[in-house]
Design a protein around this ligand. Structure first.
Ligand code: ZN
Length: 250
């Protein structure tokens, strides 16, 4: 019996000889890794449908309880080629794909998968159609903080509920007022940064398109969101270094 799965290909890596390892994301199964035998041979008919960020239908015989499935055949639904032809888009898509993998790895929750699928699709479409890579990346990071239940408090001081704030504390999980700041010696930020941090943390699937027209988030803000995530979770990305290497967030 053949099993069929509609997937996003998150990444493709060399495996043995001409075989490749494909990490995929689907609504039904979350993250599934496939071995694609002979994929790296020139004449492989599955090549186009197994490229990173393509949307494809995979056919296979499911091995119950196995982390690795063997791909029989793949047919391409949407190529999303534009995401591979521009280094900025490709790098940001790689970060978003690696985040997706880590959000769902060993933790398949159907409700969470639906939210992430929606976020992933939104980011993919926006990256394909615009050059708003930093907006897209910042949005996916704050969505991740929400999905993982560690979103920062950006409405009032985390410690005393005062609304005049001048600081953020990673340890306390959000905004800090000037009185509490003196006590805990948390890092002081400019008003502009605090404002931008609040705005980005208010972006949801419903107002994301409006956020794309808002001022571009800068490197400090994007790095801070990632640091916040690393502080509160065990997320750690191999692909992040390429954002700096290609000066995408400089
Ligand atoms: Zn306070």
């Amino acid at each position: 019996m053949n099993d069929v799965l509609n997937v996003y290909v998150l990444s493709q890596n060399d495996y043995k000889e001409n075989d490749a390892l494909l990490k995929t994301f689907s609504l039904e199964k979350g993250i599934v890794t496939f071995i694609a035998k002979g994929l790296l041979k020139n004449e492989s008919k599955n090549a186009a449908s197994c490229l990173p960020f393509s949307e494809s239908t995979f056919t296979y015989d499911e091995k119950e309880g196995s982390k690795l499935q063997i791909l029989h055949s793949a047919s391409l639904k949407t190529s999303h080629r534009a995401l591979r032809e521009n280094i900025n888009k490709q790098t940001i898509m790689s970060v978003i794909s690696e985040l997706t993998e880590q959000f769902l790895n060993d933790n398949y929750d159907p409700t969470l998968a639906i939210d992430i699928y929606q976020g992933y699709t939104q980011c993919m479409n926006a990256l394909e159609q615009t050059s708003k890579g930093k907006h897209v990346l910042a949005y996916f990071l704050v969505s991740g903080l929400r999905w993982l239940g560690v979103e920062p408090q950006v409405d009032e001081c985390t410690l005393c509920s005062e609304t005049q704030i001048n600081s953020i504390s990673m340890e306390e999980g959000g905004f800090i007022c000037s009185d509490c700041q003196k006590e805990i010696q948390s890092q002081v930020f400019t008003t502009e940064f605090l404002y931008a941090f609040r705005i980005v943390n208010k972006v949801t699937p419903d107002n994301f398109n409006r956020y794309l027209n808002y001022q571009e988030p800068d490197k400090t803000l994007i790095n801070y969101l990632y640091d916040f995530m690393k502080f509160h979770t065990n997320i750690s990305l191999k692909s992040w270094v390429f954002l700096e290497k290609w000066s995408i967030i400089n």
